[in-house]
Design a protein around this ligand. Sequence first.
Ligand code: C6P
Length: 418
Amino acid sequence: MMEPLPEISALPFDVDRVRRDFAVLEREIHGHRLCYLDNAATSQRPKAVVDAIVQSLTWSNANIHRAIHTLGYEATVAYEEAHKKVARFINAKSWREIVFVRNATEALNLVAGSWGLANLRAGDEVVLTIMEHHSDIVPWQLLAARLGFVIKFIPVTADAVLDVDAAARLITPKTKLVGVVHASNVLGAINPVADLREMARKAGAKFLLDGAQSVPHMAVDVRALDCDFFAASGHKMCGPTGIGFLYAKKELLEAMPPFLSGGDMIATVTTEGSTWNELPWKFEAGTSAVAEGIGLGAAVDYLSTLGMNNLFSYEKELGAYVLEKLRALDYVTLYGHKRGESLAVFSFNVTGAHPHDGANLLDRLGIAVRSGHHCAQPLMNALGMDNTLRASFYFYNTKEEANRLIHALGELRKLFAR
Ligand code: C6P
């Protein structure tokens, strides 16, 4: 079974010790030590997570909820335990409020395709923010085209934070759902979710948080947040790809119709009709991503052992360091980070250099960053740009790596100023 990590959360955060859990950080890329700054796209996985997956695939591989045999029992118990770990990690009232899905995208599609389809109609309004990732826009657009409801967007202010005054005007008794990205994958901004939740509550609307970027970096308490839905991906929080979760309040999940259907999500099937399995299995149709789910459980154990508050403080200090260095470069245009709290996620452009050329040059120097629109085109349009470079830090990154990034941007500027 899974080997617990030694308890280190009581100790000061030791980045050198933590980095040893990630073998890939020793890799050389084009003759340079890897400097991985693409964590908002996907994080690296520590050895404990890889070991848990290998253990599951090697020694306890079986389908779940179907077999009486020992392997089936072990896989079932471990997979259910992973739900319990995630529930504890985000302080859900019950593990039955945790539905495992493929990723945050699927979690958001589940909310639209099940709750949205059952509850929205022409004349209703869904209010989203202009900062949403495409995965919290497109499912609502597809549904709106079928049902005829209206989607409204909360804009950003001139300094690229959510316009809370505009939100107060946009959220009305017609609003049936308010969907907010907890932390922006482009700007790093941590949004004022308590204010928006209060507006949603007053309007009688459901409140959905896209936590894909927040839950890897900060302590999340869904009961304190009092959100109705919370979506996340395992691969951004040290877990494997192919697994994510949707948290939803039990009474909502109980009332919602199934999203995907087939094996495992049913209680009974006759030629006349079917009845549904208990939560969360009602929403987990077909053979589950068992090893991936167990890997997500191991990721949550790993992060919990480090301590989310330790990790957040470390990243905050690192982020402040990076911000100061980036602001000192007059050839860098940085988006966001003007007010409010932010994650160590920085989108910027270097004068004269296309972001894709920039990302290419940085890769030659061993530095992995993302370039492009970051699947947030409405936000990019609102900020008047098409593409940016994005450096996104995680708890295993260091100030020395930040210095390498800053130096590389200087090289980039020299190359493209010619
Ligand atoms: N953002 C990025 O590079 P999936 O792809 O389903 O695991 O996650 C979707 C998603 C949803 N919400 C937010 C806020 C996100 O940042 C993401 C994924 C990655 O920014 C890939 S586009």
